[in-house]
Design a protein around this ligand. Structure first.
Ligand code: HEC
Ligand code: HEC
Length: 302
C-alpha cells in the first residue's frame, strides 16, 4: 500500500512538472512569436535611427544601448611603442586605440587621427570605404547611390550623411525584423570561398554571419568603372580575400588569405623603413571564430 501511495505521489509530481514545463514552453513560444513579429508592414520610416525601432522593440533597444557602457579604450601605440616601428608609413602608426562598444563606432572613426582633418569632400587621406562598418547609413547610401559610387571618393564625401552608429538596421530587416545582411561584400566573399550565401545559410549560421559584415579581414579593391554619364571613376571596394577559402580546408587558418594576397601581388602598404611590402590583418574575428572549436560546432559567435 505504501509503495502504491509513493508511486501515485511520484506520478502526480511528474505530471505536475510536465504540465508546468509544457506551459513554460508554450509561454516561451508565444514570447518568441511576439518578439519576432514584423514591426511594420510598410517598413520603419527612418530605420537608420535605432530610436525608431525602440517603438516596436523597447527591450532590445535597451540592450542595444548597453553597448554605451563599454566606454573605455587604450592608446595602443603608447602601450606598445614597437607598433610605431612595425607600422611605419601606415595610417595605424598615426593613431590606434583599442575598440569599444558599438555605440561609439562612429565617434571613434571621426576622432581617430587616421581619418585626418579633411577640409572638403575631395581631400583625404582615407577613402569612403572607411565608413563601411560604422553605421546603418552605409546600406542606405549604397542603395541610394549604387555600390560603386559609394566606394568612389574620399571619406569626407559622406561626412554629412553618416550620422547613426551601428544599429538595428545593420542586422535586421525593417519589414520582418528577420536577420539580414545589408552590405554586398559579405555574400560575394562567401561565394568566392565556395560557401553558402547568407540567404542560403541556416538560421544558426545567420546569427554569426551578421557579425561577419564587419568583424572580418578585408582590403579595398581598386575598381575602375564608368558612371551613367560615361565619366571614368575609381572605386575602392571593400573586398574579403576569401577566394581560396577562409584558409586550410576552406575553414581553419589564414593560409588561404595570404595565398590570395600573394597571387594578386597585394600589400596594405610598403614599410617606410625597410621598404618591405606589408599586410596587416584588420579584425578577422569571424575567421578566427570559425576556425576554432565554437565555429566548427556552429555555436553562436559571441
Ligand atoms: C556594421 C558593422 C558591425 C557589425 C554588423 C558588428 N560589429 Fe561589432 N564592432 C564594430 C566596430 C566598428 C566596433 C568598434 C567600435 C569602436 O571601437 O568604437 C565593434 C566592436 C565590437 C565589440 C567591442 C569591442 C571588442 O572587440 O571587444 C564587440 C564585443 C562586438 N563588436 C561584437 C559584435 C558581434 C557579436 C556582432 C554580431 C552579432 C557584431 N559585433 C556586429 C562593427 C560591427
Ligand atoms: C550586430 C547585429 C545586431 C544588431 C545591431 C541588432 N541585432 Fe537584434 N538580433 C541580432 C541577432 C544575431 C539576434 C538573434 C536572432 C535569433 O537567434 O534568431 C537578434 C535578435 C533580435 C530580436 C528577436 C528576439 C530576441 O530578442 O532574440 C529582435 C526583436 C531584435 N533582435 C531587435 C533588435 C533591435 C530593435 C535592435 C536595435 C535597437 C537590434 N536588434 C540590433 C543581431 C543584431
Amino acid at each position: 500500500m505504501m509503495k502504491f501511495k509513493l508511486l501515485l505521489a511520484g506520478s502526480l509530481v511528474a505530471i505536475g512538472a510536465m504540465a508546468l514545463l509544457a506551459n513554460n514552453i508554450n509561454e516561451k513560444e508565444k514570447q518568441r512569436v511576439e518578439l519576432t513579429k514584423a514591426p511594420s508592414q510598410a517598413g520603419i520610416v527612418g530605420k537608420e535611427k535605432s530610436e525608431e525601432w525602440a517603438k516596436y522593440y523597447p527591450r532590445q533597444f535597451d540592450s542595444w544601448k548597453k553597448t554605451k557602457e563599454y566606454d573605455t579604450f587604450a592608446d595602443m601605440l603608447a602601450k606598445d611603442p614597437a607598433l610605431n616601428i612595425a607600422w611605419a608609413g601606415y595610417a595605424f602608426s598615426k593613431d590606434y586605440n583599442s575598440p569599444r562598444g558599438h555605440y561609439y563606432a562612429l565617434q571613434d572613426n571621426i576622432n581617430t587621427l587616421r581619418t585626418g582633418a579633411p577640409v572638403d569632400a575631395k581631400t583625404g587621406p582615407l577613402p569612403t570605404a572607411c565608413w563601411t562598418c560604422k553605421s546603418p547609413d552605409i546600406p542606405r547610401l549604397i542603395e541610394e547611390d549604387g555600390e560603386l559610387e559609394f566606394f568612389t571618393g574620399k571619406w569626407a564625401k559622406y561626412g554629412s550623411q553618416v550620422v547613426n552608429s551601428i544599429g538595428c538596421a545593420n542586422c535586421h530587416d525593417d519589414k520582418t525584423a528577420e536577420l539580414k545582411v545589408r552590405v554586398p561584400h559579405l555574400n560575394r566573399g562567401l561565394q568566392a570561398a565556395g560557401l553558402k550565401t547568407f540567404e542560403e545559410s541556416t538560421h544558426q549560421d545567420k546569427r554569426s554571419l551578421v557579425c561577419a559584415q564587419c568583424h572580418v579581414e578585408y582590403y579595398f579593391k581598386k575598381t575602375e568603372w564608368k558612371d551613367a554619364k560615361g565619366v571614368d571613376k575609381t572605386a575602392m571596394v571593400v573586398t574579403l580575400p576569401w577566394a581560396n577559402g577562409i584558409g586550410k580546408d576552406g575553414n581553419a587558418g589564414v593560409e588561404g588569405m595570404i595565398k590570395y594576397y600573394d597571387e594578386i601581388g597585394f600589400a596594405d602598404w610598403t614599410h617606410s623603413i625597410s621598404k618591405t611590402p606589408m599586410l596587416k590583418a584588420q579584425h578577422p574575428g569571424y575567421e578566427f571564430w570559425k576556425s576554432g572549436i565554437h565555429g566548427q560546432k556552429r555555436c553562436f559567435m559571441c
